[in-house]
Design a protein around this ligand. Sequence first.
Ligand code: SF4
Ligand code: MG
Length: 335
Amino acid sequence: MTALLDVRDLTVEFRTREGVARAVNGVSYGVEAGETLAVLGESGSGKSVTAQAVMGILDSPPGFVTGGQVLFQGEDLLTLGREARRRVRGERMAMIFQDALSSLNPVLSVGFQLGEMFRVHRGARRTAARAAAIELMERVRIPAARARVNDYPHQFSGGMRQRIMIAMALALGPELIIADEPTTALDVTVQAQVMDLLAELREETGMGLILITHDLGVVADVADKIAVMYAGRIMETAPVHDLYKAPAHPYTRGLLDSIPRLDQKGLELSAIRGTPPSLLAIPPGCPFHPRCPRAQDVCRTDRPPLYEVTDDAGRPLAGRGSACHFWRDQLHDRS
Ligand code: SF4
Ligand code: MG
């Protein structure tokens, strides 16, 4: 079966005055129809840049895709011309950003902005576009949609505005939605509601969903699988429950230990020491080694590939990979 999205060995470089920053370095991941992939990482890990390369919205220059493939239902989007790429982006894949307020036009009603999708892409007339806008607002569970269709973005709460962004993304019935930190600006209860909505819509439509986040706690309940990124590379991939139960990479372990837990109130969180490297000066060997509690000499010199993670009998564990020389020790939590 052809995957909905299959990113292979993607490399993105930024040419800056200080030198070439490799923001994405040989990243491969995929998502099937009806599936949710969470891409997890700290800021500067390359998770957003990878998504922008997939969407074809890298601000180039200075960002350039310098290698790899972005296969969308088997077709490499990187080989398409500008116009064909723009069509794919409008009709077949859509993106949701963190900041709804800056993505919406403040002087146009939300109904007009939603309706515009249908006027521009489907040639709909005004009344039909308005009806379609109301229907979309109802699909993303905005109360009293009909009464609020002429309201302006600032008249909605942050959570409702994010629903409007989701409606915008859904408008043309995309097969894939990429949401980049869609709930980061919202408070915790609203975060959960927006995540639940995305999960329901994915279920309803059978689309693929990529959730980009720095917060493991937010995606735990809605993702099927996770790719953990660090310094432009994938550190670990796993089905979500496996990753929580037994991570196979020290970085993932550190992220899990940083999630506040109710039963640990008052205890100090063991956040990972240090900070992620500058992309202009990525450490040799394992990029995580300066921060890794398990680092050995080999980690400073030899870059770990994404190893296949296996059980004790050597059978591959489905969907699991780790870019750690000592993944087996981490998996069994042997120091
Ligand atoms: Fe730590 Fe070494 Fe594994 Fe990197 S390869 S995560 S430094 S143990
Ligand atoms: Mg980002």
